[in-house]
Design a protein around this ligand. Sequence first.
Ligand code: GLY
Length: 310
Amino acid sequence: MFPVVVVHGGAGHIPKERSELSTGGVSSAARAGYLVLQGGGSSMDAVVEAVTQLENNPSFNAGCGSVLNIRGEVEMDAIVMDGKTLGSGAVSAVRNVANPVQLARLVMDKTSHVCLTADGASKFARSMGVPEVPMDSLITQYSRMRWEKNLAPDANPVECQMGKMGTVGAVAVDGEGNVACATSTGGMLNKMEGRVGDTPCIGSGGYADNQAGAVSTTGHGETIMKVTLARHILFHMEQGQSAEAASDLGLAYMKSRVGGLGGVVTVDPQGNWAARFSSLQMAWAAVQKDTLHRGLYAGEHFTQSIHEPH
Ligand code: GLY
């Protein structure tokens, strides 16, 4: 069994001028997560580190760079899950924190609950000493431009969002064979205030169970929730399917049953992994056995030793 970290930067269509930022971002995040494993960290430590890096990277729709709701504000969702204990923590519609994934982990580690939302999540963050950040520090010029464009009377924010997503996530297996997942997002472009998507919903935005594997999802939240995509994929793995085949079966079911497109990163406890998507693109990267794997289009798969300059 070889430890591994697999990361995604969101399913959809990535504009050409942003594709290098996306592939560079997921590659760095996967390497950072792998370094945590090499230093003796757990799979949970590794996925939180990888997703923190992606939240801090303004190219992605999570943390700084999140899309804006209809009022031009940032409300974010995140989840973590530990496959050893089935412990999970999540936050939804949370504001003014730089790293919702770290807050989700605090919900798991420090409360008896699984999900805290909105003001309650912010109050909990304050009580844990998590620094409050101004909303403006999470808003990029790009996200404000897209928000303004989608306020136009003839705009279709859902269609536009389907074209340019950027939810981020990671799955990992550590040296002890424990699996974990983490997912974080700003949600859907120009969403209603208070809208909560799939990301913080256990079984939809992610799921981890040492008896099957771990999955982090990306795509149109309203359709992912209808098929509980992460748990659906793990069901196929429990029936003997590989990480890759189970991911494809889950994505195909979501497409045929509810017309949804998306992507996933998946691992099994033996360290077998997959990065699969039904959207046009998904930036993904994985590190295993000191080798970086990455891709952006279906069928694209580059590899490189992580000791070479990138
Ligand atoms: N998959 C992210 C969202 O729909 O909120």
